[in-house]
Design a protein around this ligand. Structure first.
Ligand SMILES: NC(=O)c1ccc[n+]([C@@H]2O[C@H](COP(=O)([O-])OP(=O)(O)OC[C@H]3O[C@@H](n4cnc5c(N)ncnc54)[C@H](O)[C@@H]3O)[C@@H](O)[C@H]2O)c1
Length: 555
């Protein structure tokens, strides 16, 4: 690269179909690209996108040889709307793997962007700090200047939140697309050049059609190609998942321009994902696949959890049953751990959304099938809390109960839809005094979560009704497990943090009221050792201690 007056002049060697092409790119303000070709151009195949985007994307073509690729330098600018659990890590990894692409992650939340620009990132995710440190300020930028970065970009990812609607038509099931729609309107308003708009958020099937309408009705002659590129990362392992995804899914229109847009995005991912793992489909298949994948995963958890209740009733051991079932190669061993229930921002929301779509399409039987997955999950959470109460002589009034773990799973600070909320609220409703410890969740977050009215759709299982005053009096948040369990009558493990496995349970036992109870909602503790120490132990789906068997059965 050499500097010329007023602009940068970049010289690239571009290889395609064994022809070499020398391009001179002039990069002006707003990243607009102008290209002068010194040889006849093979780039006409990209002509249906804007000239600047076509040329930029053409430059991102990579030649592939049995999965191995050589990369050419490229000049694409990517912007991502939404600097959340998905937008932040996804774009950080993209910036790391594509050093020649400029990636801007923008958000309307100033505190969130400030945190991304600080030493304390807004989300906890193993390995994330390191990735951000390597790229931030180089080709990764976090900003609240949403319009500027959208204006300058060739590819715009939209990774805004799509929560469940809580009011109006479809309340309790349908996805709330308010954030998505306002993002689409803004993209249409500020764009002066054609763009590829990528759905990264999880959205109902056929959302792209609605988004297309918004964009094209406001387009002023600019061409937008919409792609669906749902994200499959799991919180807690996001960086690992992004480095080595099982697959990347890209859906687009079955038109020449749609296919070229798919190719352009595939070439971005091909920097680090083997091309055979990049699945290209039509738009609706990609959108629906994300909902289907989450529904299947949640269904497995509800299946093993339903089995755990039957194990407790019959003396079978759910771990042994899951192992025996999972060794069938048609079933497989993953996602068969019985627990207090699934949580997180996606499973419940996406299944509810799926249910709504089925109902809207006149498929009530299909809707009811998926509804049961959520109902079993609610049942499992309440069954666990009821077990705590019934084991302790059917009352926890005034009793201290230690809660170890509040996040919805280990290695994340995310508490959205965490089972801990329902379990804690149930115990608070029974007048227990809770002492909560989680290594990543702040006191402020826990209090906020426990104060929010839980949205009720048509649950048959009565979920605890929360009283805000109860939480402030009955809940304390502490900074370690020993403090949480001091003088407690019972201890509940609600998140599978590794550090809980190596606690000194003799010390914990000595500090607790007797009889001392452990309720392991994640089956991570060695129940036999705990029993030797003197605890009465409840593990989900395992044969019950005689103490628990003698207690009244729980609903
Ligand atoms: N969290 C996960 O594990 C996960 C995994 C796969 C898919 N998803 C899906 O990805 C999407 C995002 O999820 P998330 O967990 O990152 O949500 P999040 O709430 O953490 O982040 C969304 C961000 O979008 C911002 N935002 C809203 N409107 C905006 C706008 N107009 N312009 C710019 N920013 C805007 C919000 O301020 C927020 O910071 C959702 O649809 C979710 O279902 C999430």
């Amino acid at each position: 690269m050499r500097k010329a007056s007023g602009c940068d002049v970049n010289v690239y060697l571009y290889q395609r179909e064994n022809r070499h092409l020398l391009c001179h790119f002039h990069r002006f303000r707003h990243n607009k690209l102008f290209c002068f070709l010194t040889h006849s151009s093979p780039l006409a195949h990209l002509s249906s996108l804007s000239p600047s985007l076509s040329l930029a994307l053409a430059h991102s073509q990579v030649s592939r040889n049995k999965g191995k690729r050589t990369q050419n330098q490229k000049m694409v600018k990517i912007c991502c709307l939404g600097a959340g659990y998905v937008g932040g890590p996804t774009m950080a990894v993209m910036a790391l793997k594509c050093p020649e692409i400029e990636v801007a992650v923008v958000d309307i939340s100033e505190p969130r962007i400030n945190a991304w620009n600080s030493d304390k990132l807004p989300i906890y995710e193993p390995g994330l700090d390191d990735v951000v440190k390597q790229c931030r300020g180089r080709n990764l930028f976090f900003s609240t200047d949403v319009e500027k970065h959208v204006f300058e970009s060739d590819i715009v990812f939209v990774s805004v939140n799509t929560p469940t609607k809580t009011q109006g038509l479809g309340a309790g099931k349908a996805a709330d697309l308010t954030y998505w729609e306002s993002a689409a309107r803004m993209i249409a308003d500020v764009s002066k050049s054609s763009k590829i708009v990528v759905e990264k958020s999880t959205v109902p099937v056929r959302t792209a059609e609605a988004i297309e309408k918004i964009l094209t009705h406001n387009s002023k002659g600019i061409e937008f190609q919409i792609l669906s590129n749902p994200e499959f990362l799991a919180e807690g392992t996001a960086i690992k998942d992004l480095y080595n995804p099982d697959r990347v899914l890209i859906g687009g229109r079955d038109t020449p321009a749609g296919q070229k847009a798919i190719e352009a995005l595939r070439d971005v991912y091909a920097h680090w994902v083997p091309v055979e793992q990049i699945i290209c489909t039509n738009l609706w298949s990609a959108e629906l696949s994300k909902l289907a994948a989450n529904a299947f995963l949640a269904q497995r958890i509800s299946s093993v959890n339903a089995m755990s209740a039957l194990c407790e009733a019959t003396g079978a051991d759910v771990t042994q049953v899951a192992h025996a079932v999972g060794t069938d190669t048609r079933i497989g061993p993953k996602f068969l751990n019985a627990s207090v229930g699934f949580g997180g921002s996606c499973f419940q929301k996406d299944i509810l959304n799926l249910i709504y779509i089925c109902e809207c399409n006149g498929l009530p039987e299909v809707a009811n099938y998926w509804k049961q997955v959520v109902k079993v999950n609610d049942y499992q959470k309440i069954r666990f809390a009821n077990r705590v109460v019934s084991s302790m002589f059917n009352t926890v009034s005034g009793k201290k109960i230690a809660i170890l773990g509040f996040a919805f799973k280990k290695d994340t600070g995310d508490t959205r839809e965490t089972p801990a909320i329902d379990v804690c609220n149930r115990l608070v409703a029974d007048k227990a005094k809770l002492s909560i410890y989680d290594p990543q969740v702040s006191e402020e977050q826990m209090r906020k979560d426990l104060s929010m009215a839980r949205f009720d759709w048509d649950h048959k299982v009565p979920l605890p009704q929360y009283k805000a005053e109860g939480v402030s009096e009955q809940v304390s948040v502490v900074s370690d497990a020993y403090e949480a369990s001091k003088d407690a009558h019972g201890l509940c493990v609600l998140t599978e943090w590794d550090e809980f496995k190596s606690l000194d349970f003799k010390r914990i036992f000595d500090g607790m009221q007797k009889p001392a109870f452990v309720f392991d909602g994640r089956n991570i503790l060695d129940a036999e050792k705990l029993r030797e120490i003197g605890f009465i132990v409840y593990s989900i789906g395992k044969p019950l201690d005689s103490w628990l068997k003698d207690m009244p059965s729980v609903a």
